[in-house]
Design a binder for this molecule. Sequence first.
Ligand SMILES: O=C(O)CCC(=O)C(=O)O
Length: 286
Amino acid sequence: MYSLTQTQIEHFENKGWVGPLDTFSLAEIEPIQEYLANNSKKIEVDDQQLMEFYNHFLGYKTTREHHFCCQSLLEALKDSRIVERLRQLGETNLLLWRSNIFYKLQGQGGIGWHQAIDYYGHDISEEVEESSKTLVFPKNENILNLTVWLAIKDATLENGCLYFANGTHKHTFKAIQVPVSEGAFSYLTNEKMSWQKDKSYSKVFDFNEQEWEIEPVPAKAGQIIIFTERVMHSSPANCSSQPRIGINARYIPPSVQIYPHREKGDYIDGTGNDISKWFPILLSQD
Ligand SMILES: O=C(O)CCC(=O)C(=O)O
């Protein structure tokens, strides 16, 4: 029941994503909702209301890696209903290396079109050394960095569900330098407060949505959407009276080096976060 059908696998291969897929019951999602409610605070930054999260394991405010603190989230992200489907998409050895909360308050703006592949320490104005990147992929291997987006509350057209530009995972789009206020993530707490904190610029992509088939993907709480880091995706503003809450998780095979700068004793990642306590979690191995 929780395996992907051949049609779903082809859908992923052709469009770069598949979903929404029934995965968790509401009873399984409720403890995650409670955790988020108990570990967050509404704050105001530049006249804009945002949700701030404290990660007790890492010891600082961040939307990232709450699977280290919230057992029910960790259980969900390790669950065979996710892992078995990811294995069907081609990567059989899998590490869970990242999770991130996407909490869009009522009235909060959207997230612009982006390919996640571009946000792992790669930079637009300068060539980044291999050892400073977040991920270093083995050469000449077509490895997938897979994202699972888990709906914690229903994501709808009105509250700003994910949108995909079908087939864009087969293309590369040039990143363009823009002022921070115009970047793809300018409305998001974590990006505004960490990734962009010390930067004088941000980026958008040389991408015209009119040229692609665009598909919104609403998801009910407990459903997941799986996509590749290469597919262009975005989500519009939340025009409803309730928050839109999702958590994403990223999975890669162990042959990809994560934060290689750790080997030089450098435990600060490309967003300025201290990753000395971070570790990847092996979920499946042949
Ligand atoms: O939740 C959203 O609106 C955006 C999520 C996203 O960009 C991602 O999971 O890569």
